[in-house]
Design a protein around this ligand. Structure first.
Ligand SMILES: NC(=O)c1ccc[n+]([C@@H]2O[C@H](COP(=O)([O-])OP(=O)(O)OC[C@H]3O[C@@H](n4cnc5c(N)ncnc54)[C@H](O)[C@@H]3O)[C@@H](O)[C@H]2O)c1
Length: 451
């Protein structure tokens, strides 16, 4: 349909009006809103997903039904040294508006004192809690990279603050938006794949990441919390079962000392119960010491077995293998995941960077836009409640995942201290999360309330 007319700003407000001069005299109005973002951490995940999101949305604002146009601007960043922010300021010239950079000490305090509407937390996982708490306390919506936090006590505190402040506290698990995982969940939800019994997942990161990019924070950490958590969430969210117990072991000696607290690889087992009492068990194997010349960027494989079917997924075998002399597999990987985050020449000749790693961030910003601008202010609480009911990303729905992470961390800490093979039971007679050491009668209660 051809529209006759012109766009016109209405008296200093954020409302753009299309003055229709066509057959009808109705004026179409499009509201222009703005959201400002704060960013904590500018490491690998910033570069892969947040950077293309902010640059993309700067070039083309979001349009959200019921909201209108929503411009999204990166307003400020907080990092440890400020160095990556300096480099990014140079490389992003012309692709973003003005933004401030704060470095330690006091970086997060300065960031949350500013005018950001929401804050994204992508610092190392043991630093998420402090940053998220500061942002929520300052009344900002918060988006935290996986794993959200490392204990249920921290989760309770952030959830309480978010409710008290009337803002969203959400977490990024981008694998839930992977089209393959969406298909898996669809078949489960529709009952076509019936009654999961067991399964395994693996995710292997290259050694150069653990020994290079992560060297600054990796001491005392493990790849289970860092990457198994993707699959903990996938299992927890997709199958909707009740967590019963957690076990974990692992290997050391490459990233740190063979008897120290830093882990090269981990093997986690989670046991869940269906409503009918039958059990389901899952093994998740992770590593961050895979050789760098491994052909895949990260090796990711899953298999889930049901009463009536088997689901096999392999991220490296989605169909593409590409060899370029002198470049693969180090500079460019042989098997490419074009679904997560790829750079493309679109058929209409525009350059783009897109994928579910970026889509998940856009979804969160649309949820914030709906809460703030999606209707009359008297109905904001109802919109907030609706956004909170989304269990794929709300912090309140992350309980069993955080419980597993807390259990895994406690088991590995005991192992490093000379007490291997502990088991954590969930919601037993002693408490919500209870650690049992072989040969020791008295359990340790990690979390008293029900998980
Ligand atoms: N969704 C995913 O698949 C995915 C992938 C990678 C990382 N992550 C998550 O993102 C987070 C960051 O990981 P990464 O790979 O980008 O790590 P990284 O080591 O590459 O970057 C960490 C960043 O955090 C900053 N930082 C460290 N301490 C800080 C502090 N106290 N205050 C402010 N900034 C601080 C550093 O300056 C750096 O910019 C982790 O929680 C990780 O689990 C998620």
């Amino acid at each position: 349909m051809l529209l006759w007319g012109r766009w016109q700003w209405v008296g200093g407000s954020d409302i753009l009006v299309f003055m229709n001069k066509g057959p009808t005299s109705r004026a179409a109005t499009v509201e222009i809103h703005r959201l400002r973002a704060g960013m904590v951490g500018m490491g690998m995940i910033f570069d892969e997903t947040y950077r293309p999101f902010f640059e993309g949305v700067f070039a083309q604002p979001l349009f959200e039904p019921g909201v209108g146009v929503c411009e999204v601007a990166l307003a400020a960043v907080a990092t440890r040294t400020g160095q990556r922010a300096d480099v990014y300021r140079q490389s992003s010239a012309g692709r973003l508006g003005a933004w401030q950079s704060f470095r330690e000490p006091g970086a997060i305090e300065k960031l949350v004192a500013g005018d950001a509407d929401f804050v994204c937390v992508a610092s190392p996982d043991d630093r998420h809690f402090a940053a998220a708490r500061a942002a929520l306390a300052a009344g900002k919506h918060v988006l935290i990279e996986k794993p959200s936090v490392l204990s249920l006590a921290e989760l309770d505190e952030l959830d309480r603050l978010a409710r008290a402040q009337g803002v969203l506290a959400k977490v990024v698990y981008h694998k839930l938006l992977d089209p393959d995982h969406k298909k898996l969940r669809t078949l489960v939800a529709d009952g076509e794949l019936a009654h999961i019994n067991n399964g395994y997942c693996t995710l292997l990161e290259p050694k150069s990441i653990a020994l290079g990019q992560f060297a600054q924070w990796i001491a005392g950490r493990n790849p289970g919390t860092y990457v198994a958590v993707h699959y903990i969430k996938l299992i927890d969210f997709t199958f909707g079962l009740r967590l019963k117990s957690v076990q974990c072991t692992g290997q050391r000696g490459i990233v740190g000392a063979a008897d120290g607290p830093t882990w090269d690889s981990t093997q986690l087992r989670m046991i869940y119960a269906h409503e009918d009492g039958r059990e389901a068990s899952f093994d998740i194997h992770t590593s961050w010491v895979t050789p760098d010349n491994f052909p895949g960027y990260v090796e990711q494989e899953v298999q889930f077995r049901f009463d009536n079917g088997v689901w096999n997924g392999h991220s490296r075998k989605r169909g593409v293998e590409c060899t370029v002399e002198g470049r693969t597999p180090l500079e460019r990987k042989i098997t490419i995941n074009n679904h997560y985050n790829g750079t493309f020449l679109e058929p209409w000749n525009a350059r783009s960077q897109r994928g579910y790693g970026i889509e998940v961030l856009e979804r969160f910003v649309r949820e914030v836009a709906q809460v703030e601008f999606g209707g009359p202010s008297a109905e904001r609480d109802a919109r907030l409640t609706k956004a909170r009911s989304l269990t794929y990303n709300d912090l309140a729905a992350d309980r069993q995942t955080v419980a597993t992470v807390q259990a895994m961390e406690a088991i590995l800490a005991r192992h490093a201290a000379g007490q291997p093979n502990c088991v954590v039971q969930v919601n037993d007679q002693h408490g919500g999360l209870v650690l049992y050491v072989p040969g020791v009668a008295e359990p340790e209660v990690l979390y008293e309330l029900r998980v």
